[in-house]
Design a protein around this ligand. Structure first.
Ligand code: T4K
Length: 381
């Protein structure tokens, strides 16, 4: 088996089917899509806040346990709309242990100055580092719930309230995550989700902005439609971030299968914890505490392990060994922004030692709804 996995084949080919990928999109059957697709075609209404978009917004408001929810084209647009509608200008404190989507707007738009601070052992922004980085120019904190594991919201809220800062959450990984029974999308002034194909719930591409209270997303709703409501004067410089009817109906059908998919993911997670834990390997750190916390209802979007060492050598070797056996793990998030010339002039609060260490040690193992216990054995062995 070892020698047959050399180059990654074309998706859909028989060789591709032998590979175990970090995730696999949750997809409906064609027969389930057809009646809704037929409805859309007969209505000839395919975008601009159509009936399927409105229905999906309604269903997701309930499922995510939030007061307001606006669907958009992807998680990146969700972030941009949330930032633009809450922060006029100034410094925004955030973490670099994430995907570039989190900070692209902050780095690229001259009205903002991102200030990167270090993470804690939980991969999330460290509240003490946030507090130390506040200046008279600070306007907001943008925190990421890495892997869907909740940030220390109490501490972040206390700091933001005390300093009059907007608290925003990049909840791209968090679909369905609840803390003490309530949806995580209620936290902060606004939260943003991604419905990309690689996420637990997907609309091919897609995303949303959420808030705890009803009726507070007017600016986001206008900005996703060029900054105006039809028939009214333009109020903002917006963008086109509208979700179309096809992706909304795709999401409505996919939702029917979500509970089962998360159940399978939870089983895979439990097997990894048990089997990898039993190995008692020095330097292998599992997300046990987070996964077993009784306060958190997880979505098992990722299974991040740490391979502790003095550099990335061990992690990269494990990554390559797995790849040689047809297992495509992922080093989310290993591209430390400071390694790219794009970020040469960036303002950071110190050298971010814990972020650097995490980027060298992290490895996300395959976890998805199509995996079997046999697949789990293959990874563990
Ligand atoms: N904030 C955070 C914290 C994020 O992580 C992200 C996105 C965002 C914001 C922005 O949200 P979006 O604008 O994307 O909605 C993926 C995703 O493209 C990206 O959405 C995600 N985070 C990031 C962490 O990962 P890649 O480069 O890993 O995707 P790719 O194409 O290599 O796919 C990984 C595996 O998934 C493949 O090996 C096989 C499987 N796959 C993938 C696709 C696209 C399939 O089986 N079918 C597919 O169609 O980036």
């Amino acid at each position: 088996m070892t020698n047959s996995f050399t180059t990654i084949p074309e998706p859909g080919s028989p060789e591709w089917e032998q590979w175990l990928t970090v995730t696999s999109p949750l997809l409906p059957e064609l027969e389930e899509l057809l009646p809704l697709l037929q409805d859309m075609l007969s209505r000839r209404w395919v975008t601009n806040q159509g009936p399927f978009v409105r229905q999906l917004e309604e269903e997701l408001r309930t499922r995510l346990d939030v007061g307001s929810l606006a669907l958009v084209t992807n998680g990146t647009s969700a972030l941009e709309l949330a930032i633009r509608s809450c922060v006029e200008e100034g410094e925004v404190i955030c973490t670099s242990f994430s995907f570039p989507a989190t900070w692209n707007l902050l780095v690229d738009n001259p009205r903002y100055q991102p200030v990167f601070v270090d993470i804690g052992e939980d991969f999330n922004i460290d509240p003490a580092q946030v507090e130390a980085a506040i200046t008279p120019q600070t306007r907001a904190v943008l925190a990421v719930h890495a892997y869907g594991y909740p940030c220390n919201h109490e501490a972040l809220k206390r700091i933001c309230d005390a300093h009059g800062l907007a608290l925003l959450y990049d909840a791209a990984h968090c679909f369905g995550v609840r803390v003490r029974g309530r949806g995580i999308g209620r936290w902060g002034r606004l939260s943003t989700f991604s419905f990309h194909a690689t996420k637990v719930f997907n609309t091919l591409e897609g995303g949303c902005v959420t808030a705890a209270e009803p009726g507070v997303l007017e600016e986001v709703e206008l900005r996703r439609n060029f900054g105006f409501r039809p028939g009214e004067p333009q109020k903002y410089f917006g963008q086109n971030a509208k979700m179309d009817e096809f992706r909304a109906l795709f999401g409505l059908v996919t939702l029917r299968h979500l509970d089962h998919a998360v159940k399978v993911r939870a089983e895979i997670s439990a097997t990894y914890l048990e089997r990898l834990g039993a190995l008692q390997l020095d330097g292998l750190v599992l997300p046990t505490d987070r996964l077993l916390s009784p306060d958190i209802q997880h979505n098992h979007a990722y299974f991040p392990i740490r391979l502790e060492s003095r550099g990335e050598e061990i992690r990269d070797r494990v990554f390559e060994e797995l790849r040689g056996r047809g297992i495509l793990a992922r080093r989310y998030f290993s591209n430390l922004f400071s390694s790219s010339p794009l970020y040469a002039d960036l303002q950071t609060s110190g050298s971010l030692p814990r972020t650097r260490k995490a980027t060298q040690e992290i490895l996300c193992l395959p976890i998805h709804h199509q995996m079997t216990q046999g697949d789990c054995d293959r990874v563990v062995s």
